[in-house]
Ligand binder design. Sequence first.
Ligand SMILES: C[S@@+](CC[C@H](N)C(=O)[O-])C[C@H]1O[C@@H](n2cnc3c(N)ncnc32)[C@H](O)[C@@H]1O
Length: 267
Amino acid sequence: MADPYSDLGSQDQALQERIADAMEARCLEPAQIAIRQAYLQDLNLPPNAAALELGSGTGHVTRDLITFAGAATANGIEPSPVMVTRAKTHFAADPRLSFETGDAKNTGLEDASFDLILLHTLLCHVPGPEDVLHEAFRVLKPGGVLAICDGDYSTATTRIADYDPLDQLVRFMINQNVTNLWIMRQISAMLVDAGFSLGSRKGHGYVAEGEATYLLTVIDRGADRMVEEGLLFPETAEALKAEAQARVAAKSFFGFMSYVSQIAIKP
Ligand SMILES: C[S@@+](CC[C@H](N)C(=O)[O-])C[C@H]1O[C@@H](n2cnc3c(N)ncnc32)[C@H](O)[C@@H]1O
């Protein structure tokens, strides 16, 4: 199956809703918020900066462009109508935020109209990420900042010992849901080719905490996908989901992935 995030607006409503739930759970985890704050807080934007998130999902990360980066306004562009409706509904009371359906490769926005553009866990899902970088370059003002953060997906694990079967679900989910596992190891050269100057690059270790809400959605979705693919019987999938929940209850669950952020400037 092709990565459903690469064409989310065309997926059935139930899948869009399930992915929106998972995205929302991830956005709200304190360890994920800390990662976003770490790379957005020192960008030194001009006064009244206009910011844009491409691939804005449920909109929580778009709001970080105001709360962490200090932008005056933030606009989100996202192809999934389910995501855009959630973002508009949730942030209806905040006039600084706006959300529209659209494509990061062809936004229709004016040249040189934004001070900051964010791509947070977008590029790993996009076939032809160079096209998104060229569009971001066009839409940024000279001196504008492009902030990129994505998973370093080969590092994702829930393994607590050799041959741990839960880890297979995570590897399977990444295989099925990520278009380019290596994007953050390739991004610097792509940015230079697109005309950007490189700014700071940081690594961020994500360790699931507490109820491990987001990683449990990964395990649940991985188990269900294995059933759809005929790889597991439904009762085995349910047993693996129960194993993950039991580990959380017993405080023996472990989940980890590295994220990498890269700042770039349009000269
Ligand atoms: C993993 S989600 C991240 C959403 C949000 N940035 C966050 O971190 O919560 C990736 C998002 O990128 C969107 N996306 C995929 N291809 C896109 C494209 N060509 N243009 C704009 N958004 C796209 C998907 O619909 C999805 O909502």
